[in-house]
Write a protein that binds this ligand. Structure first.
Ligand SMILES: [Zn+2]
Length: 465
């Protein structure tokens, strides 16, 4: 992770760039640690568009008593020119009302797949309640969506979606709760002449709502190779971005292969790729839109960013975090795995350099006062991640260094086996809390990582060696 990124952390950027810094760093490899709050706002009830969700329905508190009806499948058809969408949503359970986050969507109709119109209300500006009275598990939404220039929806100008962490409702009816796992199909029309839309036609395993992503531009695909498991790895870049991307992704096939071999099978299809996106000035990180994750064009030459976003296929995507307070389970583990993949493929020197970079960057952040406990197990979705200090590169690095400390105690093979066991238990299945990982580590290795977790993740500052 390049040091230059951390220097952006507290710059008062333009609203757009500040929003980008804020959002990008948190969900990616290389971002600029930031406490900025500018810009990242949806219209209407933006405050509730954030991460704080008291229940599994995406409710706002007023409606928190509604029973959760998780979304298990989302069929999405978008027309980018007309900015119209049709979402067919399959709910986990067939009875009772269903509440959705709809951001500033202009929802025109909700129907059954047979065409029967269903009544709905908007109990809050960005919420939509369908009082489906009988066993309806599929609902069809017809709606219009707006352009968003603040990294909070469909941004038509560079041509990309930005839904992390909780802006899915500005593009389709959803639950932004990271625990909610939905499979997706996606079709995209209205793509401007001469441009290519890069998106997965399918996300075949349950994914958090922020995982679906779309980028439109002058893209060409370059196949890099195939892993031993048969996953094709590639790049989507504009013509003038290919050379840099090839440098950054020189070991990406190997990194991906190492993840498949060490952690477990990839859940999101037989082809995966890094997609170059233009997030504006500055070098930010990426976003884990598996199987076609986005990387800011300024970072496409950085191997760690490619490895980091790839690793989110296993943690943050494959293993969904149960609560935003468990961000370290995604970002810390991924930061750890990226360094391990780099060491395994590019050699001990490259691995050592990556760890030295993490330690250096963390030291600078902590010394500079940008410190935070990396794990908040007391609550679940009680924080707004877009403004909470937890959203910091400190969380990434401390999470990685915690796992390295466990590795040094139990041995590498033992830790790898425990991570693989955890992935078998949670990958594509029920979301997990960080405590679940600690429990698995103890069960699999016989070592109680609790004291190390307290020192690395619950306290501020740096543990004494
Ligand atoms: Zn990340």
């Amino acid at each position: 992770m390049p040091t230059r990124l951390t220097t952006l952390s507290r710059l008062p950027l333009s609203p757009c760039a500040a929003a980008l810094g804020l959002l990008a760093f948190a969900c990616d490899a290389g971002g600029s640690g930031s406490t900025g709050t500018g810009g990242a706002r949806v219209p209407e009830d933006s405050a509730t568009g954030g991460a704080a969700k008291p229940d599994r329905t995406g409710g706002t508190g007023d409606d928190a008593q509604l029973p959760p009806r998780d979304i298990v499948h989302t069929e999405l058809a978008l027309d980018l020119t007309a900015r119209r969408g049709r979402a067919t949503v399959t709910l986990a359970r067939g009875t009772g009302p269903a509440l959705f986050e709809v951001g500033d969507l202009r929802v025109e109709a909700v129907r059954t797949p047979d065409g029967e119109t269903l009544p709905f209300t908007r109990p809050a500006p960005a919420r939509l309640l369908v009082s489906a009275p009988t066993a309806r598990t599929r609902l069809v939404f017809e709606y219009g969506f707006s352009k968003h220039g603040q990294f909070n929806g469909w941004d038509a100008t560079p041509g990309l979606t930005f839904l992390w962490p909780a802006f899915c409702g500005n593009l389709f009816p959803c639950h932004s709760d990271p625990a909610d796992g939905t499979t997706f199909t996606l079709s995209v029309g209205g793509v401007p002449d001469g441009q290519t839309a890069v998106y997965p036609r399918e996300i075949p395993a349950p994914a958090p709502a922020y995982q679906i992503g779309l980028a439109v531009g002058d893209y060409a695909y370059t196949r890099l190779g195939e892993t031993a498991a048969g996953t094709e790895i590639g790049l989507y870049t504009p013509p003038d971005g290919l050379e840099t991307a090839r440098t950054g992704a020189a070991s990406l096939v190997g990194h991906f292969d190492w993840l498949e071999t060490t952690v477990g099978p990839y859940l999101f299809g037989s082809k995966a790729a890094s997609v170059s996106v233009d997030w504006g000035p500055g070098d930010f990180g990426g976003l884990e839109h598996h199987p076609y994750w986005h990387i800011d064009d300024g970072q496409m030459g950085d191997a760690n960013t490619h490895a980091h976003e790839a690793a989110h296929g296993w943690f943050g995507g494959g293993v969904r975090i149960a609560c935003w307070e468990d961000l370290v389970l995604s970002e810390g583990t991924v930061t750890y795995l990226a360094a391990r993949a780099i060491e395994a493929v590019d050699g001990p020197e490259a691995g050592a350099a990556q760890w030295a970079q993490y330690e250096h960057d963390l030291g600078e952040l902590v010394e500079g006062g940008d410190d935070t406990p990396a794990w908040l197990p007391e609550t679940c979705n009680a924080i707004d991640l877009t403004t909470h200090p937890l959203w910091s590169l400190v969380t990434y690095y401390k999470g990685a260094l915690f796992l390295r400390a466990v590795e040094e105690t139990v041995g590498r093979g033992s830790l790898d086996a425990a991570l693989a066991a955890f992935y078998r238990r949670h990958g594509g299945k029920a979301a997990a809390r960080m405590q679940d990982l600690l429990d698995t580590l103890e069960a699999e290795t016989g070592f109680d990582p609790g004291p190390l977790a307290t020192r690395w993740l619950r306290e501020t500052g740096l543990p004494a060696e």
